[in-house]
Design a protein around this ligand. Sequence first.
Ligand SMILES: NC(=O)c1ccc[n+]([C@@H]2O[C@H](COP(=O)([O-])OP(=O)(O)OC[C@H]3O[C@@H](n4cnc5c(N)ncnc54)[C@H](OP(=O)(O)O)[C@@H]3O)[C@@H](O)[C@H]2O)c1
Length: 285
Amino acid sequence: MIDTAKYGPWALIAGGSEGVGAEFARLLAKAGVHLVLVARTAGALQQTADACRLHGAEIRTVQADLSDPGACSDIAAATRDLEIGLLILVAGANTHSREFLDGDLAEFRRVIDLNVSTPLALIHHFGQAMRSRRRGGIVVLGSLSGYLGSARQTVYGGVKAFSRIFAEGLWLELREHDVDVLELVLGVTRTPAMERVGLNFDAPGVVVAEPADVAREGLEWLGRGPVHVVSGNEPIVTARNDPDRAATVLAAHRTMQRLLHAEREPDDGRGTTHGAGRASAPGRG
Ligand SMILES: NC(=O)c1ccc[n+]([C@@H]2O[C@H](COP(=O)([O-])OP(=O)(O)OC[C@H]3O[C@@H](n4cnc5c(N)ncnc54)[C@H](OP(=O)(O)O)[C@@H]3O)[C@@H](O)[C@H]2O)c1
């Protein structure tokens, strides 16, 4: 399924310890690709690394906070001797769900650094080598939140919109150099991060995907960028692109409010949230 000559010998997964990132890791290890896994929590990193080693792949772990300004240099230093043929940027859940004026600007900046500053630095670093070799792939995880503004997700929605538009431009620039670029747009996905914040996966009208299916779909679409929306979410994207923005944004907001009444408030403590999928398509709820 994976062309190891094109995307090997090593893949780097930023956010590769659990959820969709861990599933990417398992699939790639099975296919014979060696892995660099990056995340903050040592235990989960080790567990995923051990599981992947069972498939015979070499695994290197890097414990780093991707919202720190020095993250890219640390990762570059830890991988100096490796040929990274595939870069998968997974980590990016919303860590600060507050109304903008009431929120902490420094916390909003961390959402930007996790989703924009560090991904740009990593892509700039590893993408140059891929372009020189004329092979490789870059996958960035997007969100339905990037198609529409929503309350308490102003910054998160903005960075996910940035990510998708950036990926489209990069896809254009790199396709003639045989480097693939894919923005993989997720709807609600049953990841450990979302389970920890108690996301209501049973809310009416919500399409819920499993991390293993999302990762498999991502690898299947790797060479068919620039954007792939995880199956089942296409009608939501169509509805969110309606040119009547006031009606579209308000309809989604009302749906979101109804759903929020049925569940507890997310984003407490280490809580992360994506917002997007809980609101069904505008006008549907
Ligand atoms: N799950 C959904 O419903 C959903 C919906 C739409 C879009 N998405 C997108 O899918 C991606 C994955 O989401 P997710 O739900 O799995 O949660 P996530 O927290 O974005 O990703 C989990 C992985 O990233 C690592 N990670 C998180 N923050 C990190 C940081 N600051 N530095 C280093 N590693 C970090 C986690 O390990 P550690 O915590 O140990 O660091 C874990 O390996 C995100 O980009 C998100 O925006 C998800």
